[in-house]
Design a binder for this molecule. Structure first.
Ligand SMILES: CC(C)(COP(=O)(O)OP(=O)(O)OC[C@H]1O[C@@H](n2cnc3c(N)ncnc32)[C@H](O)[C@@H]1OP(=O)(O)O)[C@@H](O)C(=O)NCCC(=O)NCCS
Length: 287
């Protein structure tokens, strides 16, 4: 029997549709994010067609055999509830399995969560998107432990990030760096890096993250320094519920929860990481 649904590889020629369906969902990613997904996984980004017309998208990011991420699961509002979202997800899972990946994660919106549950995903931990205006600049003393990221920091940042996230994101961080508005390091004592963070422009708001740090002092210091890069501007910040210092500080500067999200996993959770060291996600679409 002929089915109207077909899932195929997403190409650069599909990015106008992909970014439109992203905009219709009110998401914050940019064209540069889509380009980065294609650069990272040229064969791991997918487009669903319904009767030959583009209808939905999904991306995968393989961090290693111990973990891959699924993101950008978007179905055009006119094409929802036809099984397109679940077909995209099954396609991603099949491809990841063929590549030998044993654990898959994603951050689910309330709309996506039932779909993922029906495909065997389990809750790992809750998080929330905080949003609001970045605080106005305050004439504060500059902290000498904070300084801009230098390429020579990469090995230390990688170790730090791996302890927080659970597996190395080096390839993604490297591609994300040129996209950032600012990237800072917290050097608690000379030669000892105990935190790093990035801020980048999104299509609706600045995005604070990733920020990974070994202490609240480093994590909050970095968040404060990064937000000083966009005073008074709209900002989004995704924070694990387990990171109490980050949540308390986000509330104190006047940000509010915009929506809850749930980190979910399928398979064995081989790379749990430590959400208390994740002061800001890199993005729900990549972890
Ligand atoms: C979440 C999202 C991707 C789901 O896409 P979708 O194509 O509508 O998903 P499906 O059709 O596979 O499944 C959705 C529902 O339709 C039902 N459905 C599937 N095929 C159907 C059919 N032929 N007829 C009627 N209903 C059908 C499913 O059972 C499911 O029902 P439920 O909501 O009661 O569980 C889509 O709503 C979306 O793009 N939302 C905005 C972005 C977003 O939140 N993405 C998730 C990120 S985590």
């Amino acid at each position: 029997m002929n089915t109207p649904l077909r899932v195929r590889a997403l190409t650069r020629a599909d990015l106008a549709f992909a970014d439109r369906v992203r905009e219709l969902a009110g998401w914050n990613q940019t064209r540069a994010d889509w380009e980065r997904f294609l650069a990272t996984e040229p064969d791991g980004c997918f487009l669903a067609e319904w009767n030959g017309q583009p209808a939905g998208t999904a991306t995968t990011t393989v961090y290693g055999s111990a973990l891959a991420w699924i993101g950008m699961v978007l179905v055009h509002p006119d094409a929802r509830r036809r099984g397109i979202g679940s077909a995209l997800l099954r396609h991603c899972m099949d491809c990841l399995r063929k590549r030998g990946v044993r654990s898959v994660k994603l951050d689910a919106t309330p709309l996506g969560r039932p779909l993922y549950q029906s495909l065997g995903f389990e809750d790992e931990w809750p998080l929330a998107r905080w949003a609001g205006a970045s605080p106005p600049p305050t004439p504060s003393r500059s902290d000498p432990r904070l300084r801009p990221w230098d390429p020579k920091d990469t090995p230390s940042v990688q170790r730090l990030d791996e302890a927080a996230f659970g597996i190395s994101r080096q390839r993604i961080l490297h591609l994300m760096l040129p996209q950032t508005q600012a990237a800072w390091i917290f050097e608690s004592e000379p030669g000892r890096i105990s935190g790093y963070g990035m801020l980048r422009a999104g299509s609706r708001a600045f995005y604070l993250g990733p920020v990974a740090a070994e202490s609240a002092e480093a994590g909050i210091g970095l968040a404060e320094r990064l937000l000083a890069g966009c005073p008074g501007q709209p900002v989004y910040w995704d924070i694990p519920e387990a990171n109490e210092p980050a949540i308390a500080w986000a509330g104190r500067i006047g940000l509010a929860v915009q929506r809850p999200l749930m980190r979910m996993f399928a398979g064995v959770n081989l790379a749990p990481g430590d959400p208390r060291r994740q002061f800001a996600l890199a993005g729900p679409e990549i972890g």
